[in-house]
Write a protein that binds this ligand. Structure first.
Ligand SMILES: Cc1ncc(COP(=O)(O)O)c(C=O)c1O
Length: 210
């Protein structure tokens, strides 16, 4: 592919895109001129799939028709709903279906995860997180540190891009882990940074023993 910065090139790529028709499956908000917005927000709230209303209606009907029995009967009983989602989620994240479960909000899940994995001691109490993490991730880390009686100013170790750079250099990150390793109790970095789109080199980070 010879990339060209032109409208014609973009239109040609759109025409050849095998996934292009999937666009029709979503409701796209309109701008004030009545044109479809260019929608790039995939993290906070993506576009509504047109099928969503139908699926919600199906559950409301199940509730109306079965009441409490909807937990255990009907085509998709609510009690084991997470089991219906495991296969798809496993494929999405490259895991086994026995290793994934759909539950809660992201922030609640982070707290659960930190309850298990963040066991600070006087010597090893820091959580390594990227600067400008998603605000609720940042606050969750801060509150876990406080919950254990530590001070976020001392226990939150923030890795950031160099001046005038947008993304964090892997070498800088590895160096920080190397230097501060003995005081780090938890490394909490996203696979993909929600704002910059940076993909972190998890294999390299893992190799540090962090
Ligand atoms: C990167 C990121 N982290 C955390 C959150 C917070 O998720 P929740 O509202 O499920 O706790 C969001 C939500 O948009 C997010 O995009």
């Amino acid at each position: 592919m010879h990339y060209q910065n032109s409208l014609e090139f973009a239109q040609k790529m759109d025409e050849e895109d095998p996934l292009a028709t999937i666009r029709e499956e979503f409701s796209i908000p309109k701008n004030k001129n009545g044109d479809s917005e260019i929608y790039l927000c995939g993290n906070s709230l993506g576009l509504q799939p047109k099928l969503a209303a139908e699926y919600v209606k199906r559950e409301l009907e199940q509730w109306a028709n079965l009441g409490v029995k909807g937990h255990f009967s009907g085509d998709y009983p609510w009690m084991p709903y997470h089991e219906f989602l495991s296969e798809g989620f496993a494929e999405l994240v490259g895991a086994k279906s026995s290793e994934v479960v759909a539950m809660n909000t992201l922030t609640a899940n982070l707290h659960f995860m930190m309850v298990s994995f963040y066991r600070p001691s006087k010597k090893r109490h820091k959580i390594l997180i990227e600067e400008h993490a998603f605000p609720s991730d940042h606050y969750a880390v801060e509150s876990q540190i406080k919950f254990h009686g530590f001070d976020p100013d001392e226990s939150m170790l923030m890795v950031k891009p160099r001046q005038n750079e947008q993304t964090i250099r892997t070498d800088d990150l590895l160096k920080l882990i190397e230097e501060q390793g003995d005081s780090i109790a938890l490394v909490m970095l996203p696979g993909v940074q929600y704002y910059t789109g940076q993909v972190f080199d998890m294999k390299a980070i893992h190799r540090t023993g962090a």
